[in-house]
Design a binder for this molecule. Structure first.
Ligand code: FAD
Length: 495
């Protein structure tokens, strides 16, 4: 199962972080004697303090250091990466070199329109404009400055996008991004404080933000003074059940989460105390195809993008497989057992990235949420799916594939018939995945207060912010968001 991959990924990240930085208290940090632990008041001064060592925080810190600023990055977990590390790492951009190679016509305008439409036109148009206009540069920055490798002959088309435009990093994982961003940060000697949790954002008597109060793993309080400002990049709040319930009681204990445990909304809580305005907090996204046992997002189930069909226990299709995540999630929960069953064959498997996730596949087999069988009947019986109806559904779908048109759900993209053994069926359910709401920012990534004014010295980027994705974030748009706005925050905090 995917959690296995995530945990091993996280352990790898810990090793990487520790080997990169020597130990968790290095550099620029004093190691207290055992007897003194827990009561050391320390103070360090920087130009900029970045809170949160995921993709947005690392992007911001690297840009700041590159611009000659003295920057420190605080991370509460014992490793860098946040949700970015466990993500698929895929990011959208229009008019890229990969689209050109593949002959895909796209434009900033179309990408912007898809993003706004995907969020039910509730996204802030000015922010979406910045996202769309800077996406290509962001991915080129990752390629050229950070050395991230992308598949050169493949793009993903997530639900809600008109054309394939999501670049696929090596291994189909955020490992590639975080590994390379971390190496760059090391090369630039950026001080990174692991296991250092920001607890309060400090401001002077005029309300100008000038530092962060944090606590390290030994309980020592450290004041990180910030001469130029603070950037909040602490991610969303998908792992904070109480916060989820506070803003939208639909997403209660019934839902597990795909997120890493540090995704608890700390930046939102801290900035709110300084009068920061929040936007779209009720907009919480579920990912439709997760393990019903652990809640973990399944990358094996991404065969959906490569042709797998989604049926219910009665053996019938019930939604367009490439529709938006929220639409599919709600459709799954509306089925008789609240579950979806993805069905695919060898041809679809061979044309997908499933082969890259065989460790997850083995875990799903052990978990009993996936089956591989020589016949559809055998696979259907494993989950007590109506065999006759499923056979009929597949015969009908195969005809659609032959004629190139899905008469039932108008599935976009290429239709692939299910004809070749072995066959696969995977049982899936939605989990809380992304929180679209968060701190209100302007196009310079300045945090806006309840009166509509920027809070001086305070910037934010990434999933901690709200307003970009409206009611619903399209797949591949979060990684674009964190790199675009992480870099913009860095540029503006120095002005
Ligand atoms: P994060 O990467 O979550 O980093 C925030 C960091 O801040 C964390 O390390 C956290 O520990 C730290 N932190 C929090 N509070 C504090 C504090 N008080 N003090 C110090 N540190 C703190 N999006 C895409 O576009 N494409 C994908 O392929 C994709 N796949 C995904 C797969 C999974 C399983 C998940 C969970 C998400 C996926 N997403 C994807 C969404 C995307 O990964 C996230 O929205 C994005 O990575 C968030 O980046 P961030 O830098 O804002 O936050």
């Amino acid at each position: 199962m995917k959690r296995f991959k995530q945990i091993s990924t996280i352990i790898l990240a810990i090793v990487l972080s520790l080997s990169v930085f020597g130990c968790t208290t290095k550099p620029n940090e004093t190691v207290p004697d055992e007897a003194e632990k827990g009561n050391q008041a320390q103070e360090e001064t920087y130009d900029v303090v970045v809170i949160g060592g995921g993709g947005a925080g690392l992007s911001a810190a690297i840009e700041l250091k590159g611009a000659g600023a003295n920057v420190v990055l605080l991370e509460k977990m014992p490793f860098l990466g946040g949700n970015t590390l466990i993500s698929g790492g895929e990011l959208n951009a229009p008019e890229t070199w990969i689209q050109e190679k593949l002959g895909i016509e796209d434009s900033v305008k179309l990408y912007k329109e898809d993003t706004l439409k995907g969020g039910d036109y509730e996204g802030d148009e000015a922010l979406v404009d910045v996202l769309a206009n800077n996406a290509r540069e962001a991915i080129e920055w990752l390629r050229d400055e950070i050395n991230v490798s992308f598949k050169e002959d493949y793009l993903m088309q997530f639900g809600g996008h008109s054309v394939p435009r999501a670049a696929y990093p090596k291994g189909g994982s955020g490992d590639e991004l975080i590994g390379k961003l971390t190496s760059k940060a090391k090369e630039m000697n950026i001080p990174i404080k692991l296991e250092t949790k920001a607890e309060e954002i400090l401001a002077d008597e005029n309300g100008r933000v000038n530092g962060v109060r944090a606590v390290d793993k030994d309980g020592n309080e450290i004041t990180f003074k910030a001469n130029k400002g603070v950037i909040i990049t602490t991610g969303g709040f998908g792992s904070n059940l109480e916060m989820r319930k506070k803003y939208n009681d639909e997403y209660d204990e019934r839902y597990m989460s795909t997120d890493q445990p540090g995704t608890t909304g700390d930046g939102i809580i801290m900035a709110e105390k300084l009068g920061a305005a929040l936007v779209g907090m009720e907009n919480i996204q579920t990912y439709p195809t997760c393990s019903p046992v652990t809640g973990v997002l399944s990358y094996v189930a991404d065969t959906r993008f490569d042709g797998a069909i989604l049926v219910n226990k009665e053996g019938k299709r019930f939604v367009e497989e490439l529709d938006r995540r929220d639409v599919i999630s709600k459709a799954i929960l509306a089925q008789s057992d609240g579950m979806g069953y993805l069905v695919w064959d060898k041809t679809i498997k061979d044309g997908s990235h499933m082969g890259e996730y065989m460790d997850e596949f083995e875990q799903l087999i052990k978990q009993g949420t996936i089956v591989e069988a020589e016949t559809i009947e055998e696979a259907a019986k494993f989950f007590e799916i109506d065999v006759e109806q499923l056979r009929e559904t597949i015969v009908k779908y195969n005809d659609f594939a032959k004629n190139g048109k899905d008469e039932d759900f108008n599935r976009r993209g290429e239709l692939i018939g299910l004809t070749e053994a072995p066959y696969y069926i995977q049982k899936v359910a939605p989990s809380v995945h992304h929180t679209m709401g968060g701190l209100k920012i302007d196009t310079d990534a300045r945090v806006i207060d309840n009166e509509g004014n920027p809070i001086l010295g305070l910037f934010a980027a990434g999933e901690v912010t709200g307003g970009i994705h409206g009611t619903n974030r399209l797949g591949g748009n979060a990684i674009t968001d964190i790199v675009v706005f992480g870099r913009i925050a860095a540029e503006n905090v120095l002005k």
